[in-house]
Design a protein around this ligand. Structure first.
Ligand SMILES: [Mn+2]
Length: 460
């Protein structure tokens, strides 16, 4: 049998591969960095991190599988929105000798793509974690060839695949709604949505309807349900965003299969179509129009306007996956600035970055004092360590006692903040304190797990 690979990361020596992966992830969260020198802790750690990322046994699938199972556990019994989207990691202006990448979206710069899905609690809007992701490169070659039907189908297939994975993995959720932007306007997806799963997509194509009308014209003779205010997200950093006053219409539409649709797909599909349009946009701003297609019902619901508003609200939870991508890239872990150049290592690092980005957001969210379970964010080992260390961090006065329900996220955050040096008096603890505390707790938990594992080995 081949010798088991050993890694030394942070304060830990002699880690097995799975342990090394878990610790590397926690170190990325704790340090807020993908710079392997920082993540590794010292020279030996840096080398181990490189070796881990380059190990033939380490794959993005394995890293994401672990994350997906944990997310699935957090989703049980809850109403879940699973938002998916594709992001591009582009090394423009950072031309180290990258090996094994394909062209990014501009067709020139080396880069790769990540299609990810995250789970969000539909009711309290909490980010519950990464469900799944696929990482790939486009093959080089003339733009015309890359635009061929084949590739397009392959890339849109990732959306269908993610919906299937969500259906399998999140089968214990109380309700599952998969969500996507205009790229998710895929006829094959509408007719192949897994049973029991709902879908919301932003409409990109002015599709033909069974009555020969066009989709975007359908609402012209529908009544307005009413108006509502929606927050329009900033178009670019620095843009404050705005509140738009919109009117909402919705109805059922029977969409005809596109000409190049798959032979096996049914000829029509009936969905709910929603049109959200801004009434009086401010001067100089284009009126917003959102067109949504969904399997969720509006027509015939006891309160049709409320049902339509709920669909708009659910669609807007898509900001959560955009937030995760930002945290993975320029606004956070800066994946596109990594010194790692080789494709297989980059993909492993991207998988770690994605999961770490979601974890970081969850930790920052948790500062607000949440009644959600600590297991939304932390592994059992971390919770066990928190339970062990928690009482020692409490003082004599009421103010120095952890006021939160044991096992809740707020309870865990209190312990993390204390470990990070928070003195219970000045509040709330900042992200730096949380990071430092998380680093301590993750280290304790890992140390505890390693000690346990080593004990196991000694038992004959
Ligand atoms: Mn997109």
């Amino acid at each position: 049998m081949a010798a088991e690979e050993q890694f030394h990361i942070g304060y830990f020596g002699d880690l097995r591969r799975e342990q090394a992966g878990a610790i590397l992830l926690e170190r990325v969260v704790a340090t807020g960095s993908l710079v392997l020198r920082k993540v590794g802790g010292d020279r030996a750690g840096e080398l181990s991190a490189h070796r881990f990322l380059g190990s033939p046994h380490v794959t993005p699938e394995e890293i994401l599988d672990t994350a997906g199972r944990r997310t699935a556990a957090a989703c049980a019994g809850r109403r879940i929105v699973a938002a998916q989207d594709t992001t591009e990691i582009n090394f423009k202006g950072r031309h180290l000798r990258r090996e094994g990448l394909g062209p990014a979206g501009d067709g020139e710069t080396p880069g790769f793509f990540c299609h990810a899905m995250v789970a969000i609690d539909a009711d309290d809007e909490a980010l519950l974690g990464v469900v799944d992701a696929r990482i790939w490169t486009r093959s080089p070659g003339p733009v015309a060839a890359r635009r061929s039907r084949d590739i397009e189908d392959k890339e849109s297939f990732r959306w269908l695949e993610a919906s299937m994975t969500a259906s399998d993995l999140l089968s214990t959720a109380a309700q599952l709604i998969v969500l996507g932007d205009r790229e998710f306007d895929i006829y094959s997806q509408f007719v192949r949505i897994p049973p029991g799963v709902h879908l919301i997509a932003r409409a990109a194509h002015n599709r033909r309807l069974a009555d020969d009308e066009r989709l975007f014209d359908a609402p012209s003779d529908w009544r307005d349900f009413g108006t509502m205010d929606v927050r329009v997200p900033p178009a670019r950093p620095g843009d404050p965003g705005r509140i738009a006053h919109v009117r909402v219409r919705a109805g059922r539409v029977c969409i005809v299969k596109p000409r190049h649709g798959a032979k096996t797909d049914p000829k029509t599909v009936t969905l709910t179509y929603l049109e959200v349009s801004e009434i009086k946009p401010p001067k100089g701003k284009t009126a917003i129009t959102w067109r949504l297609l969904t399997t969720l019902p509006v027509a015939g619901e006891p309160d049709e306007f409320a049902a339509a508003q709920e669909i708009v609200r659910l669609y807007r939870l898509r900001w959560r996956i955009e937030q995760v991508f930002r945290a993975m890239k320029s606004d956070g872990l800066r994946l596109e600035e990594t010194q790692v150049t080789q494709a297989a290592r980059l993909f492993n690092l991207a998988a770690i970055a994605l999961v770490a980005a979601a974890r970081t957001i969850q930790l920052v969210d948790a500062r607000d004092g949440s009644r959600r379970p600590a297991s939304d964010v932390a592994d059992q080992a971390v919770i066990a360590a928190a339970e062990a260390i928690g009482p020692t961090l409490e003082g004599k006065t009421a103010r120095q006692k952890n006021p939160h329900e044991r096992g809740s996220l707020a309870w865990l955050c209190w312990i993390i903040a204390r470990l990070g040096g928070w003195n219970c008096y000045y509040k709330p603890p900042g992200p730096k304190t949380i990071r430092a505390g998380w680093n301590e707790l993750a280290a304790m938990a890992a140390g505890y797990a390693v000690a346990m594992a080593q004990q196991d080995v000694r038992i004959p």
